[in-house]
Write a new protein. Structure first.
Length: 337
């Protein structure tokens, strides 16, 4: 029997991903292409972005509905001033088991120590190639590989668990699959391969640019034999594989060819305080006005609960049966990954 907070597919609410800013210092092709997000792009003004106090209050309400994991995202979250203060507030919430962050990594040498001191234990860093030319082409020429690797090392030295996410695009960086796996196995960091997804409306997604989960496994297995690992918990995003002839493991996030909608327990809050019940959603539920009105925590909680209970999203399972794609999906830069 479903709990009263489960959605229409009996999926509980367990994870909340919070975008703290819609800006980024990178211009990755699959997220914020330069020709769309140029110097005149209308990013959110400060007064429309949730304050740390509002984020903490909202997180507390979500925790009362069953959320145990919080992930800070962006844009690039470390562009948000004094982020460690928010991390500290969130780690103090009763019921929160895990606070993590996704970042492009270049600011970690500056902030890793203070983030760890504030209570951040895990960080995921995006890196799509070890080849500097390819990486620069993918990130809009905004960063070298060296800068990201230095960020990864800084986070590890500060005592955080580091995972690396690599978005794989056929014809762009698929030749980097094995070099990335080999490098991060030796560094003892978990590498997760992410199938190229049709998030938002601006990344030029085409199905023939997707390198499938099965292709990724077969490519690595030829050089570094793998075997599957059972999931650690229901709803785990990545399918995990361990190396047979060496220590370590990889993960594959296969939203396109092996969707995991049936176990999705994630809600997302955009930087301006809208609730999205799917990464591919076209509709958000505005919470900022409620936070800035006289409405009580219980009233906001009841509203969020009604939204979640009505949730039917399973876009990735339905993607290839759609005769036409959903229009005006929220951009990934607005709600993180």
């Amino acid at each position: 029997m479903a709990n009263r907070s489960d959605d229409q597919w009996n999926r509980p609410l367990r994870d909340l991903r919070i975008s703290v800013i819609d800006r980024c210092n990178f211009r990755c092709r699959y997220c914020m292409p330069e020709e769309i997000f140029g110097h005149d792009y209308p990013f959110l003004p400060k007064e429309k972005i949730l304050t740390f106090a509002e984020i903490t209050r909202l997180s507390r309400i979500f925790v009362s509905l069953g959320v145990t994991k919080l992930r800070i995202t962006g844009g690039e979250p470390l562009l948000r001033k004094d982020l460690s203060a928010l991390i500290h507030s969130l780690t103090q919430l009763d019921g929160v088991e895990d606070v993590a962050m996704t970042t492009n990594g270049v600011f970690l040498p500056k902030y890793a120590a203070s983030l760890r001191e504030a209570g951040l234990k895990r960080v995921t860093v995006s890196l799509d190639s070890l080849n500097d030319d390819r990486f620069r082409r993918m990130n809009g020429g905004r960063s070298s590989v060296k800068a990201v690797l230095e960020g990864i090392e800084a986070a590890a030295q500060a005592g955080m668990q580091v995972k690396i996410n690599m978005v794989v695009q056929k014809g762009f960086n698929d030749q980097d699959i094995v070099p990335m796996a080999d490098y991060f196995q030796k560094k003892k960091h978990i590498l997760r391969f992410v199938e190229f997804m049709d998030v938002g409306n601006t990344n030029g997604w085409k199905l023939d640019q997707v390198v499938s989960k099965q292709q990724i496994i077969e490519t690595i297995h030829k050089h570094m034999p793998l075997e599957p690992v059972p999931p650690q918990y229901k709803g785990e995003v990545a399918t995990r594989y361990r190396y047979l002839d060496r220590d370590g493991e990889i993960g594959i996030i296969s939203s396109v060819t092996d969707a995991f909608c049936s176990t999705c327990t994630r809600a997302r809050i955009s930087a301006e305080g809208s609730l999205y019940t799917c990464l591919f959603a076209s509709k958000g539920y505005k919470l900022r006005a409620m936070l800035r009105s006289e409405q009580s925590d219980e009233e906001i909680r009841s509203y969020i609960e009604r939204v979640w209970r009505g949730r039917t999203d399973r876009y990735s399972e339905e993607r290839l049966t759609h005769t036409k794609q959903a229009s005006s999906k929220i951009e990934m830069s607005h709600i993180g990954g």
